[in-house]
Design a protein around this ligand. Sequence first.
Ligand SMILES: Nc1ncnc2c1ncn2[C@@H]1O[C@H](COP(=O)(O)OP(=O)(O)O)[C@@H](O)[C@H]1O
Ligand SMILES: [Mg+2]
Length: 359
Amino acid sequence: MTRTAPLPPNSTIGIFGGGQLGRMTALAAARLGYRCHVFTPERDSPAEQVCAGATIAPYDDRQALDRFAAEVQVVTSEFENVSADALRHLAKRVPVRPGPEVLAIAQDRIKEKTFCNSVGAPTTLFHAVRGPQDVARALADLGAPAVLKTARMGYDGKGQVKLDRDARPDEAWRAMKADEGIVEAWVAFEREISVIVARGVDGAMLAYPAVENRHRHHILDETIAPAPIPAQVAAEADRLARLLAEKLDVVGLLAVEMFVAREGAVLVNEIAPRPHNSGHWTIDACLTSQFEQCVRAVAGLPLGSVAHVPAVMKNLIGDEAETWLELLKDPTAKLHLYGKAEARPGRKMGHVTWVNKAP
Ligand SMILES: Nc1ncnc2c1ncn2[C@@H]1O[C@H](COP(=O)(O)OP(=O)(O)O)[C@@H](O)[C@H]1O
Ligand SMILES: [Mg+2]
């Protein structure tokens, strides 16, 4: 369904997925006078705690999807590891922004990198693989090191196996635990950056500055905003993010993760059609946060200014969140906790942002 008129106040925005991205989107929506209704299989999720309504059901439950569609005026998702068919089903009943076909590309690493290359956005070289023999062939072509990843459902480094010179293709295939994968040439990157671009129903775009992302154990640890990179590298990252948002016809947000290779070349690594962890700094350091911008874009409102001050965002992973009181003793630390009861290792429990702080 398409509709371009701005969503009036007191309308209900449907959020597909119940995590912290949904929670922060709902908080921003409330400020603009909207209600949110979340669809999630989980009870007491971070988003449900702050939403006006919830449908608790498996993502592929058609009747529950119909009930959800009847409650909301537009749907946006906060999570991409759901079937694109669920979103296609919803899209027959209510506008889904970004649309199901964007999700279908973003959730499959082979489709994602093939699409990027087809519109002129460079990525590392890669091969689609369906078994150990394909892995051996890919490795012979690309050379070591390389990385084998599941085509779908991977996140935070899960489902990835590094292939060194002496890697055994059969062992790597078994370790990946999936029936379709991608082998990517290793990028000896200088740093990792990302750009989040918002695109409205009218095609207008605004992008946040490129930020640097530092990972620990494959999970985002710190974001430095803006990234300390030369202006021409930042401009290239901005160009690529806008190019992809435009070619994908995104309405909402598109986050684009990129590598800055040693020679200064920018390669696209991943895209996500939703708010992104590397944009959390915008809540405290930007005139319009990525969550408010997402709401504005999907609700058909004008986009807000991305004027900002520099900031550093640190994720609180697992038991790092236990330091919350210590962190609050610094009156300039902006603490965000997501309402998750159990601090499992590797779980994103919250984050803290310092504005105007040098990294
Ligand atoms: N081809 C590659 N070359 C070098 N490092 C990589 C490559 N692919 C992934 N990585 C590293 O692993 C991290 C996670 O991989 P990514 O493709 O972003 O998957 P996800 O975030 O979905 O787990 C990246 O942020 C990067 O640090
Ligand atoms: Mg990633």
